[in-house]
Design a protein around this ligand. Sequence first.
Ligand code: NI
Length: 261
Amino acid sequence: MYIDVHCHLTGDEYAEVGGVGAVITRAQAAGVSRIICSGFDLNSSKQAAALADEYESVYFCAGFHPSELDKYKDGDLDGLRKLCLHEKCVAVGEIGLDYHYENNPPKETQKTLFVQQLQIAHELQLPVVLHSRDAAQDTIELLETHAHLLTSGGLMHCYSYSPEMADRFLKLGLCFSFGGTSTFKNAKKVQESVRQIPATRILSETDCPYLSPEPFRGCFPNEPARVVAVVKKLAELKTATEEELKTQILENAKALFSKLH
Ligand code: NI
């Protein structure tokens, strides 16, 4: 059984390829029978919950993505907290810091909401799914300062930083998931991180609809069935068989996401 621990199925991209139902059927056929659909604001988190209600293989996480905070309204955190109580809500996410674009929300706003959501995860004993882009230093410093809130662990999703930085995230007990970018020819730094991180801390994702892995690079929308191609590449990098790594990843996912069955 394969697992896609991070994807977005709530957008309208999938209408073009038969709808979300067809996407989930194709995933099942490829052996991908656990899918964690990630929210990025209150509305998408609610939509992810609805998908989890509808499809047995779908679980979800609820959270406010740092790039989406201009949509944030008072009371949204209460809405997220409620969603987190859903039996198939496996984590608070995706949350974190994103400094990629100049017009992203102010750093201080991002940090405040990040910490508030870490607090919710701590209170509800849920792990966190972390998004960090062009913000390695602030992310690690904030997490080290608030390590007491990481009581149920966490996942650095689509990990894109160096192996040296990975060491510091490892010391906080975090796991790492890798998607399409890890299969790209020029992704030397990410591939070095995969080699160095212990197999017991590695998970697989697609982050679809974007970033289709090789040999589907450039195909849009990406979908969970393609996590098989990601695991193939990760197994090669870890000098393990696909079977061994697939089994290990499922164990890792169940250890991190206690509500996942
Ligand atoms: Ni994402």
